[in-house]
Ligand binder design. Structure first.
Ligand code: FAD
Length: 479
């Protein structure tokens, strides 16, 4: 009997072994499995700094998991089409398998790869694994693309098929020839000088095992009460699974199964479970929007917003990036982001709104900063969310709804714990003025050791005036 030829498995957006149809079907081919990751970090929206740190550790974990099963992860750098064709030739592979990419240009690149492999009579097979449903499979009754979230959720929840979990293979057959691989450390994905991510290994455990531990922890400690607690940045009320989902260390199907297991179908879920799945489906909605509207990261979905009278203000942008606006909830969020690579969703909305509506700085500037600093930076969720806050997106929050950073702080961080953690300069202020130090009287400030403009910034804009300025700007493009 002739030996089965190898299958190359291209790991790019699904850095896991379980629930991985591209891998499990390679195992069914019965030949050796040649796993590869290709680093292609050039062009627009090349991977940002915080995500590079995550990628390094995620690849380390994937590599160890594969080694335990008998195979080495090959690391190579370049254009995936060139690298994959070369590896397929080198190994005499019968097939190349990978998980589908829904981002702009992904379909074209996959078609080109298929054509190149077809010429060599090598099978090219793409599998699902990133989303709950393919964007082509979910349409309104009129056959259009969904642009409104709630009907999208209803439609998806009524027809999604989750299927049984696919366990990670116990053993993989190695390729018996010699293959070259880059060394992970030589890719210099982690920062060194300065090493701003020094403490991140205490906060995060990139990789498949870390993702499942995070899910178990969430199911045990935060799912009950999620519906209310998810809005509280001072509590650990959300899953923090976003970077794991972004890097494909866990599938959205695994979250769906874990959430519905006790209650059966979606119609019978309690509020906590339903709200959680609805959030997971916001990720899905964003991916579907980006799939159908490829310009989403760069220009406004509602085109009139491209003519908004934005302002260019480098000093204000820098103050926002560094958490020095003088609005404590905004500053706390921006500092949490810089220090941990993550920010709570409620605070993402507040900080984004502040940049766009209080400072009139184009949403694309904030989107770029988040792209570089978030460990969960995701082209679809980031661009759709920034456009949602700006009012320019599909099913967006109306532009004239302007978050008040003082009342938002008071409502969602009522005891001030979140602000005191990230803005220690004002730790001694009484809670009543903590979210608006500029409203405190001289004696209160003195007692707390706060000198506005010296120990903590004075507010860079006045809320009421900034609000009116934003509304005036909106009047100019409204019609
Ligand atoms: P949980 O509340 O536990 O939710 C579970 C999962 O659902 C998340 O892990 C995430 O995958 C998904 N999810 C939750 N909320 C949203 C949402 N509003 N939109 C899309 N998916 C959601 N999320 C990213 O994953 N990457 C980004 O780059 C990103 N950029 C954002 C930028 C702005 C301006 C805003 C307002 C939101 C952004 N989000 C982004 C969405 C959201 O803030 C994060 O997904 C969420 O905070 C992650 O925390 P969690 O895992 O604890 O969420």
């Amino acid at each position: 009997m002739s030996k089965a030829a190898p299958t190359v498995v291209w790991f790019h957006n699904a850095l896991r072994l379980a629930d991985h149809p591209a891998l499990s079907s390679a195992v069914e081919n019965a030949g050796p499995v040649v796993p590869i990751f290709v680093l292609d970090d050039e062009g627009d929206w090349a991977i940002g700094s915080a995500s590079r740190w995550w990628l390094h550790h995620s690849l380390k974990s994937l590599s160890a998991d594969l080694k335990e099963r008998g195979v080495d992860l090959i690391l190579r750098r370049g254009k995936p089409i060139d690298v994959l064709c070369e590896l397929a030739n080198e190994t005499g592979a019968a097939a190349v398998h990978f998980t589908r990419n829904y981002e702009p240009g992904g379909g074209t690149r996959e078609r080109e790869l298929k054509e190149a492999l077809d010429e060599k009579s090598i099978a090219c097979k793409r599998y699902r694994g990133r989303l709950l449903m393919d964007p082509e499979d979910i349409r309104t009754q009129a056959g259009d693309v969904y642009k409104v979230y709630t009907p999208f959720w209803r439609s998806l929840a009524s027809q999604v098929e989750i299927g049984k979990a696919i366990p990670a293979p116990k053993k993989l057959k190695p390729y018996d020839g010699k293959l070259t691989s880059d060394k992970l450390n030589d890719w210099s994905l982690c920062p060194t000088d300065p090493n701003w991510a020094e403490s991140w290994s205490d906060l995060w455990t990139p990789g498949e095992a870390g993702a499942h531990d995070r899910l178990d922890d969430f199911l045990e400690n935060a799912l009950e009460g999620y519906d209310k607690e998810r809005n509280r940045p001072d509590h650990k009320g959300t899953s923090r699974l976003s970077p794991h989902l972004h890097f494909g260390e866990i599938s959205p199907q695994a979250l769906w199964r874990a959430t519905t297991v006790r209650n059966g179908d979606v119609a019978k879920l309690d509020a906590d479970r339903e709200t959680f799945l609805k959030e997971v489906v916001w990720r899905e909605f964003s991916a579907h929007l980006l799939f159908h509207f490829e310009h989403l990261p760069d220009s406004a979905f509602k085109e009139k917003f491209n003519d908004f009278p934005w302002q260019s203000d480098d000093a204000a942008l820098k103050a926002w990036q560094r958490g020095k606006t003088g609005y404590p909830i905004v500053d706390a969020g921006m500092r949490e982001l810089y220090a941990t690579g993550w920010m709570h969703n409620r605070v993402r909305m507040i900080t984004a709104s502040f940049l766009i509506k209080h400072l009139l700085i184009p949403w694309q500037e904030g989107e770029k900063w988040f792209w570089d600093t978030l460990v969960d930076a995701d082209l679809a969720s980031n661009s759709a969310s920034w456009q949602w806050v700006a009012g320019s997106g599909a099913d967006a929050s109306p532009y004239f709804r302007i978050f008040n950073p003082i009342t938002q702080g008071q409502k969602f961080d009522p005891n001030g714990d979140y602000v005191r953690k990230w803005v220690p300069e004002i730790v001694g202020l009484p809670t009543k003025v903590l979210h608006a130090p500029f409203e405190a009287d001289a004696e209160t400030l003195k007692k707390a050791g706060v000198v506005l403009g010296e120990t903590y910034p004075d507010a860079i804009v006045n809320h009421s005036k900034a609000r009116q300025r934003a509304l005036d700007g909106y009047e100019k493009i409204k019609d």
